[in-house]
Write a protein that binds this ligand. Structure first.
Ligand code: ADP
Length: 481
């Protein structure tokens, strides 16, 4: 490319010139930056391997063409203007970001830097094309992520547990209703966003994060309007290479979902209250009819018995709905007394319809006494046993075991049924949750375990399940002594 003028052709100068030329060629061809040289017609006269790789054409296909032919339409006018400013009006160089089309049709984004130079009286331009497609792709995916976060009223946040500093995406502060100063947000800003009571609950969860390693929390944030705003935080603890601990997760405004839940709860509460009275009257009437008609009329007494059985089921369902509404409104009041747990188990299990298939085995310490609400504890045990009968129909033995655990009494109901997928078992005690709700062959409301869990929590106890698919389940609770 380079040519030496006549007056510089002394041997010493010649050597230096050759070395210089070799160096330029080496840099031009070996650099990983795509590079080309064009003449005053904008025709490409030399390209390096990096540009060949970038565009996907052979060197021979590129040389002789004009680079603007590879540009996407929307960039051509500006690029032409900049070329004109350089070649015609003497601007020494220009920079531009453009999108080029590769041979295979793919798009590639490049920062272009073009510099004019003169050699042996002829002007050329030297261009470096710096590929930043990865950055564009990243920006695009960031844009898409931000849009979907906005659409779902969600933000992403990270809390550095060593410095208490929070970094987050745009809507985090808005969702929490807190204001951010130049120092950014701190852990205390996050906690103080929630109303009194909810903020303490969050602090307890954050304090226990080293053990639990994940956070799932819903609370009401301090809001200017009349309606309280609900925010759900979900996060996982990440421990970095330097033992740095960062909590990473999402924050979502769930006020709409909470409102919909409230309408559903109100509807269920009103509907079940309204149903209660006529159903009580109907049950009474059926019982009266049972007594009025002679036992010899087998057909009629069978029909009345069937109607009574269905009425009992309706009563149980209404009872569950009323109970669930009561608990959701925090209206569960305990009548505490001291009683023998084995006796309570025996007593409540007598009336459970085992369809002749199951054997109920009461095990453990028969002398154990607990202080709790007798009827509510029986309700929990009946629910566990009924579930074992329902969901483990082929498991003959159902064991109810009461044990002394020092500070607390533990009661467990164990079956050898199909068990539960461990991924699903963490939601079992949520309201309306049913494993495999759509495909399930068993009907139900998904309220029994929720009600049980509220009863046990009200006793300051704990409730849980150990289960393995194919190996049965153990539903248990503990009550402090
Ligand atoms: P419901 O029985 O009305 O669905 P529950 O709250 O009592 O509501 O139970 C929730 C879910 O837990 C049930 O849908 C069932 O899938 C699962 N489950 C409860 N007990 C057992 C058990 N012993 N074995 C297997 N699955 C069970």
């Amino acid at each position: 490319m380079l040519e030496m003028k006549e007056e510089h052709k002394s041997p010493d100068f010649q050597v230096k010139f050759n070395e210089c030329e070799q160096r330029f060629k080496a840099i031009f061809s070996l650099t990983s930056a795509a590079t080309k040289i064009i003449d005053h017609n904008l025709t490409i006269i030399e390209v390096n391997d990096a540009l060949v790789d970038l565009l996907g054409y052979e060197k021979s296909e590129i040389c002789g063409t004009k680079i603007m032919e590879y540009a996407c339409e929307e960039f051509k006018v500006e690029w032409k203007d900049l070329q004109e400013a350089m070649w015609v009006h003497g601007k020494p160089n220009f920079k531009l970001d453009v999108c080029l089309k590769k041979k295979d049709g793919a798009l590639v984004w490049v920062h272009i830097t073009t510099i004019l130079f003169t050699e042996s009286g002829t002007r050329y331009a030297y261009t470096v094309l710096d590929d930043f497609t990865y950055l564009k792709d990243f920006e695009e995916s960031q844009k898409r992520l931000n849009m979907s976060l906005k659409y779902s009223n969600m933000a992403i946040w990270e809390l550095d547990l060593d410095s208490d500093k929070i970094i987050h995406t745009g809507d985090f502060a808005r969702i929490l209703g807190c204001s951010e100063d130049s120092d950014g947000l701190q852990k205390s800003d996050l906690v103080n966003s929630f109303i009194e009571g909810d903020d303490q609950a969050l602090v307890l969860l954050l304090d226990a994060i080293n053990e639990t390693r994940q956070l799932e929390f819903s609370g009401r944030v301090v809001s200017q309007g009349t309606d309280s705003k609900w925010v759900k935080l979900q996060a996982k603890l990440n421990v970095g290479p330097n033992q740095s601990r960062v909590l990473m997760g999402t924050a979502q405004d769930i006020s709409k979902e909470k409102k919909a839940d409230r309408y559903k709860d109100d509807f269920i509460s009103i509907a079940s209250h309204e149903l209660k009275t006529p159903v009580t009257v109907l049950s009474g009437t059926l019982q009266l009819m049972g007594r009025m008609f002679p036992k010899e009329d087998t057909r009629l007494s069978k029909l009345i018995a069937q109607a009574n059985q269905s009425m009992r089921k309706i009563n149980d369902l209404i009872g569950a709905l009323l109970n669930a509404s009561k608990m959701a409104e925090g209206q569960l009041h305990l009548k505490v007394s001291t009683f023998n747990i084995a006796q309570a188990v025996e007593e409540c299990c007598v009336n459970i319809d085992r369809e002749g298939k199951h054997q109920l085995i009461v095990e453990g310490d028969k002398k154990l006494e607990i202080r709790a609400d007798f009827e509510r504890i029986q309700q929990v045990i009946v629910n566990f046993v009924n579930n074992a009968i329902k969901y483990a129909p082929n498991a003959r033995d159902i064991r109810v075991r009461a044990t002394d655990e020092g500070e607390k009494i533990r009661v467990a109901v164990i079956d050898s049924g199909p068990g539960i997928d461990p991924e699903k078992s963490e939601h079992l005690f949520d309201r309306y949750y049913r494993v495999d709700a759509e495909g399930s062959q068993y009907s139900g409301l998904g309220l029994g375990l929720y009600i049980s869990s509220e009863i046990i929590k009200k006793h300051n106890g704990e409730i849980g399940v150990y289960s393995k698919l194919g190996e049965g389940s153990e539903f248990w609770f503990t009550i402090p002594k």
